[in-house]
Design a protein around this ligand. Structure first.
Ligand code: SF4
Length: 62
């Protein structure tokens, strides 16, 4: 599974980085996801962070 943040949608609320810092971090005013595969143990929290994003800017896909 890989995570992507759409920079055109992200409003920089920092919520994803707070909920799942293993995968998401802030780069200035925008969140970024780690490149490549999400470690298996971090997938559930990454999905929760994606679901919590207020503007649905996060995509988690195979
Ligand atoms: S939760 Fe969504 S809007 Fe907030 S920083 Fe993360 S990607 Fe951006």
């Amino acid at each position: 599974m890989k995570a992507f943040v759409n920079p055109d949608l992200c409003i920089g609320c920092t919520q994803c980085a707070g909920l799942c810092p293993e995968v998401f971090s802030m780069d200035g005013n925008l969140a970024v996801a780690i490149p490549g595969e999400i470690p298996g143990e971090d997938v559930p929290q990454a999905v929760s962070a994606a679901e919590a994003c207020p503007v649905s800017a996060i995509t988690i896909q195979d």
